[in-house]
Unconditional design. Structure first.
Ligand code: GLP
Length: 263
């Protein structure tokens, strides 16, 4: 794992978008795992700019989103399908049929989860999975005690998560669905590469527990420590509780792979 600390959320998002763009340029048929949430809005805005200005080409890509609220239809403005269309898909040249977001409005969520896992398999697996973190330590909607080997399934959301995401539902926690469909931790760990973006001081404590604490099902994001190729991009505020930052800063300042991103 590498932890890279950038001065502010904008620069952290910019670096994340640059890494995604390089992977697409190196492999035009990249299978890209995507995440939602406020943190990712800047990343998608950067990717849209790169598409418009530099012709970043998504036409060969397939995407798989981490999660979706159960009970929301695709045209509900609170659904993650709607979020993805608004922030990314409507503004780039990706075929709508190549964008996979779990359907939270189906009657049979178990069948939907199985269909999604099969689609990932058919696509040849996820090359690069983008991740955020919730204050409960979740990746996707893998709430505490999610098995590290879990696959895509339905999951009850913690009150903490529903409170955290209430701002996106007009501030009313009661309007936040109680359940979601989510890629499993094991599904996420199957991706060839992980890219975790974390910004803001509200995430500082959980980030330190995820990256430097013990691997535990209580903090699903700590499972990224098991992955052979994981980059964690954070801003100063989110880095506040990290113990090892001298080393992380040294890596960014000295390792050749980061040279082109140093100013
Ligand atoms: C939701 C998503 C997570 C995401 C989290 C962070 O809960 N299911 O995948 O990491 O939001 O959201 P934000 O970036 O808004 O803090």
């Amino acid at each position: 794992m590498e932890v890279i600390i950038r001065p502010d959320p904008q620069q952290a998002a910019w670096l994340t978008a640059q890494l995604i763009a390089r992977r697409i340029q190196a492999k035009p048929d990249l299978v890209l795992g995507l995440a939602t949430g406020r943190t990712m809005e800047r990343v998608y805005a950067e990717l849209v700019i790169m598409h418009r200005r530099n012709g970043l080409d998504f036409s060969g890509c397939k995407t798989f989103n981490l999660d979706e609220y159960i009970g929301l239809t695709a045209d509900d403005p609170h659904s993650y399908r709607y979020y993805m269309n608004q922030h990314l898909f409507n503004h780039i040249n990706i075929a709508p049929g190549h964008t996979y977001v779990l359907n939270g409005a189906v009657a049979d969520v178990k069948a939907e989860a199985a269909r999604f896992e099969a689609a990932i398999h058919t696509a040849g697996g996820i090359d690069l999975q983008l991740l955020g973190i919730g204050e409960s330590g979740h990746i996707g909607f893998n709430e505490p005690l999610s098995a590290i080997m879990s696959r895509t399934r339905d999951k009850a959301l913690t009150p903490a998560t529903r409170r955290q995401n209430a701002a996106l539902f007009g501030g009313d926690m009661e309007r936040v669905p109680k359940r979601a469909l989510t890629m499993g931790v094991g599904t996420i760990l199957d991706a060839s590469e992980l890219l975790l973006l974390v910004t803001g001081k509200s995430k500082a404590d959980i980030l330190a527990r995820a990256v430097e604490g013990p691997i535990t099902a209580m903090v699903s994001a700590s499972a990224v420590q098991l992955h052979a190729s994981c980059k964690v991009i954070v801003d100063e505020a989110a880095a506040a509780c990290l113990q090892g930052r001298d080393y992380y800063d040294w890596i960014f300042a000295n390792e050749p792979e980061w040279a082109e991103f140093r100013s």
